[in-house]
Design a binder for this molecule. Sequence first.
Ligand SMILES: NC(=O)c1ccc[n+]([C@@H]2O[C@H](COP(=O)([O-])OP(=O)(O)OC[C@H]3O[C@@H](n4cnc5c(N)ncnc54)[C@H](OP(=O)(O)O)[C@@H]3O)[C@@H](O)[C@H]2O)c1
Length: 395
Amino acid sequence: MTQPRKYSLTLFGATGFTGGLCADYLASHMPADAPWALAGRNLSKLESVRDRLSAAGANNLPELIQADVDDQASLDNMAQLSKVVITTVGPYVFYGEGLVRACADNGTHYCDLTGEPEFVCNSMTRYHASARRTGAAIVNACGFDSIPHDAGALFTVRALAKKLGGQINGQVTMEGVVSAAGTFSGGTWQSAITAMGRPTENRFAMKHARMALDHEYPKTARVLPMRPKHDAELGGWLAPMPTVDPFMVVRSARAVDGYGPDFRYGHYVAGKTLPKMVGGMAAIGGLVLAAQIKPLRNKLLEYRQSGDGPSAEKREKSWFKVQFRARSGGEQVMCEVAGGDPGYSETAKMLAETAMCLALDKDQPKRAGVLTPMMACEDRLIERLQAAGMTFREL
Ligand SMILES: NC(=O)c1ccc[n+]([C@@H]2O[C@H](COP(=O)([O-])OP(=O)(O)OC[C@H]3O[C@@H](n4cnc5c(N)ncnc54)[C@H](OP(=O)(O)O)[C@@H]3O)[C@@H](O)[C@H]2O)c1
């Protein structure tokens, strides 16, 4: 980054459901001397968000920036004014690329909430080189996708290294198992159905990103072949979870020190009993199939509208935990990452903490380019999340 910026950070998408929660979090956590801004396409909606923050007692109120994904100059302007831009404007595969380009070109750090593999992979193949050149950290998946998994895996290898006398010299096999209760917003539904409806584009983007990754990071880290299985120690019946998370975990393992020379990761959702696991897999399989057929996909998209999301009462009752088991050199550790409502309250917190880490903390980010959260912030982000109430512990 070459010049000082007017704003420490800017939140793009502040008028949406998750953007609104992130604005609330930032209003109560941004230091008084750090100017920040809310951005969106509709100024009067942004004013309403700022009025709500003011009524809630915020004393460091944000300024407002008009920006629209259909107007590249407005995205460049936002990137030039800001040290870090957060975006909650999705589906990212439709709305996200212009802002990644603006941030990569202008040396501006960037954090998003995508869980769309196609978007992450295209960002890597198209903008990694320019971001490296300008010093921008383009950090994808800073919400429930993928921080608990990415940060939990790093926390677990740190615990394993301690058990092995300080260093991992052999192969590490790690499995992560997710359990959660919660519901989703209209924006998440739109993004998930969109991603499910683009299997060919996803495969193509993934193949090219893998080739770029192999070239840049020669260290071995792979996703384990995953099948449904029973594992009493990890909570019963487990179904493979083919989300973007394992891809993010192995990218961190390749780039960050501490995962050992050969790291393998498997990612599961806890089904507990066999009927529950089979029922869950059948429901997901049905959704994926329906998303391939345009009229059915359009019907599915109508089911939940952009802007809506779970009430505060529902979010209060929601929770998640991810348990990790890692083995190497005859030793084993079990660790857990846990918190409240995964999709929204905790996601807003994780996104804001990542952005504040990049904007405010000494010696951050750790590297430039298109990155995972751990590649960008390493242990400092885990410390921030612990201080913000998320649990990271060895079991
Ligand atoms: N991975 C995770 O853990 C996780 C968790 C939560 C959310 N998410 C993702 O975050 C994204 C947002 O979800 P959400 O539920 O908050 O969505 P939402 O409520 O529908 O909000 C979408 C936001 O995008 C803005 N927008 C749409 N078109 C725009 C344009 N042309 N220019 C500028 N802004 C535009 C909307 O502005 P207007 O108000 O002007 O319409 C709104 O602020 C989704 O992609 C979702 O999948 C991911």
